[in-house]
Design a protein around this ligand. Structure first.
Ligand code: FES
Ligand code: FES
Length: 159
């Protein structure tokens, strides 16, 4: 692969200098160049949410985001969510609610939930569904995912 640019990115609070090919997506840059494989490749077409990351706090599909678009913004992946060595409150809520089976959708689900709760600390059911609607779970754990998000909201993300 021909690299066309050296990008300087803020990834999980650390400055990273990463070579990128022209038109390279943020998903492949994170997974293949930085080894952050918690960000999953699902459909590659913006339809499943498995590749969701936070860009300046907003949940975005990294498979549909150019790596160059992340320059000057804060990128947070599932690997960067823990605080002081402990799980993020939304991660804890997912664990406690057993809101996953295979876990493939889980990083994207959690990051979408974090973005939702940061914007709306006490979302109603419609807001939760609207925010999470684009994240698909092949294992069908939706009810437990809703339960985990409601729990994290009730406890104010326990931060
Ligand atoms: S892999 Fe990005 S939305 Fe499916
Ligand atoms: S837990 Fe398997 S895809 Fe969601």
């Amino acid at each position: 692969m021909m690299f066309s640019a050296m990008l300087v990115l803020d990834v999980n609070g650390t400055e990273r200098r990463v070579p990128a090919a022209e038109g390279e997506t943020l998903l492949t840059l994170l997974r293949d160049r930085l080894g952050l494989t918690g960000t999953k490749y699902g459909c590659g077409e913006g339809q499943c949410g498995a590749c969701t990351i936070l860009l300046d706090g907003r949940a975005v599909r990294s498979c549909r985001t150019l790596a160059s678009a992340a320059v000057g913004k804060r990128v947070v992946t599932i690997e960067g969510l823990s605080r002081d060595g402990g799980l993020h409150p939304v991660q804890r809520a997912f664990l406690e609610a057993e809101a996953f089976q295979c876990g493939y959708c889980t990083p994207g689900m959690i990051l979408s939930a974090v973005a939702l709760l940061d914007a709306h600390p006490h979302p109603d059911q419609d807001q939760i569904i609207a925010a999470m609607n684009g994240n698909l779970c092949r294992c069908g754990t939706y009810l437990r995912i809703l339960q985990a998000i409601r729990q994290a909201a009730r406890e104010g993300q326990r931060s």
